[in-house]
Ligand binder design. Structure first.
Ligand SMILES: [Zn+2]
Length: 355
């Protein structure tokens, strides 16, 4: 994907910068991990520090000192997660700010306007998201509302230079998902996202959706699976044609002492690492693995040293970006299926080693 602010190789993983910061990382460190695009959360940024302040700095890039592409979400998912204090109508979403309790309205036009003022490179349409499980009638009504909102977003976006992505909804109902995609394609978007997955459904359900949906998505447009996921889910989705991902797993789990490694998940808090001289991941070339032992990371975690969270985050992001790099190279060599098989074999081995 080519933007005025740089090129993004796909399949791509976007670290999540909720409040205009990928937690504990400087932009230079993010670039070192191989990150080419990051995600910003419209919902959080509009509440704090507020769009006016960021616009005064000339947009989110300048405010946070990241000069490469940024994708902003629409805020729809966070509003969906508020459950109690929100009301969805045809016009948009009314909710109570978790920051100061103010009543706030976010409709399709407002979501686009805010993302344009943040100066995002990829803007997402506002959509309504359903929980899992959900009955067909409710999934249908929500998908149809999302489709009408998508049309209003397209109109509101006008000729603005940022790319605009539509979001396919419809729960795990195939006919609804297909209708949603058809409707979005009729409106016409620069890219197509799959929303409303990874909301508690079994992994098989998610894979089933990808199996039929990805095949129907336009080949020349990026396909973005929102909020996913675990390394094995990324591999499964790339095999089905997905180009973009975002997820808090590498950063959040790092702060909880969980390191993703070529040999499975390492829980650095476990007492077994107290004296270990081993690198966290012997197969990893990141700054953390080159210089620090498991014993040291274990100690930092126990002592609640902020450096521990930083070193763990560096490693996890490096692991995720390296996984994407390996998949890109497997695609170029036309051996992605072999790569995926090898990946599952190693994952199964790792699981056995742990148990
Ligand atoms: Zn590492």
């Amino acid at each position: 994907m080519t933007f005025a602010r740089g090129t993004v190789e796909t399949p791509a993983f976007m670290p999540v910068g909720t409040y205009g910061a990928v937690k504990a990382m400087t932009p230079e460190e993010l670039i070192d991990t191989g990150s080419e695009i990051i995600l910003g959360n419209t919902f959080h940024l509009m509440l704090r520090p507020g769009t006016d302040i960021i616009a005064r700095f000339g947009g989110l890039h300048r405010f946070m000192h990241w000069d490469r592409p940024i994708l902003t979400d629409s805020g729809g998912y966070q509003i969906f997660s508020l459950a109690e204090s929100r009301r969805i109508t045809e016009q948009g979403a009314q909710f109570r700010s978790p920051v100061d309790g103010d009543q706030i309205f976010l409709g399709p036009e407002e979501a686009i306007r805010i993302q344009q003022r943040l100066d995002a490179d990829i803007i997402m349409v506002l959509d309504d998201c359903t929980p899992w499980p959900v009955e067909e009638a409710r999934a249908r009504a929500s998908m149809e509302l999302s489709l009408r909102w998508a049309g209003r977003c397209r109109d509101a976006h006008g000729a603005h230079r940022a790319a605009l992505f539509g979001v396919v909804q419809g729960g795990t109902y195939r006919h609804l998902r297909e209708a949603s995609l058809r409707g979005l394609r009729t409106i016409g978007f620069d890219g197509y996202a799959i929303g409303g997955l990874s909301v508690g459904e079994p992994r098989d359900e998610m894979i089933k959706v990808l199996d039929y949906l990805a095949a129907q998505m336009p080949e020349v447009r990026p396909r973005y699976l929102m909020g996913v996921g675990k390394p094995e889910e990324l591999v499964a989705a790339v095999c089905r044609g997905v180009d973009m991902f975002d997820c808090v797993l590498p950063t959040r789990n790092a702060r909880n002492g969980q390191l993703f490694t070529s040999r499975g998940v390492l829980r650095i808090r476990n007492a077994q690492h107290r004296q270990s001289e081993q690198a966290p991941d012997p197969d990893c070339g990141c700054y953390t693995c080159r210089h620090y032992s498991r014993a040291y990371l274990h100690h930092l975690d126990r002592a609640n040293e902020i450096l521990g969270a930083r070193l763990n985050t560096l490693h996890n992001l490096h692991y995720f970006q390296n996984l994407m790099r390996e998949m890109r190279s497997a695609i170029e060599l036309r051996r992605l299926d072999a790569y995926a098989l090898e990946f599952s074999r190693r994952a199964a081995e790792a699981e056995q080693a742990v148990s």
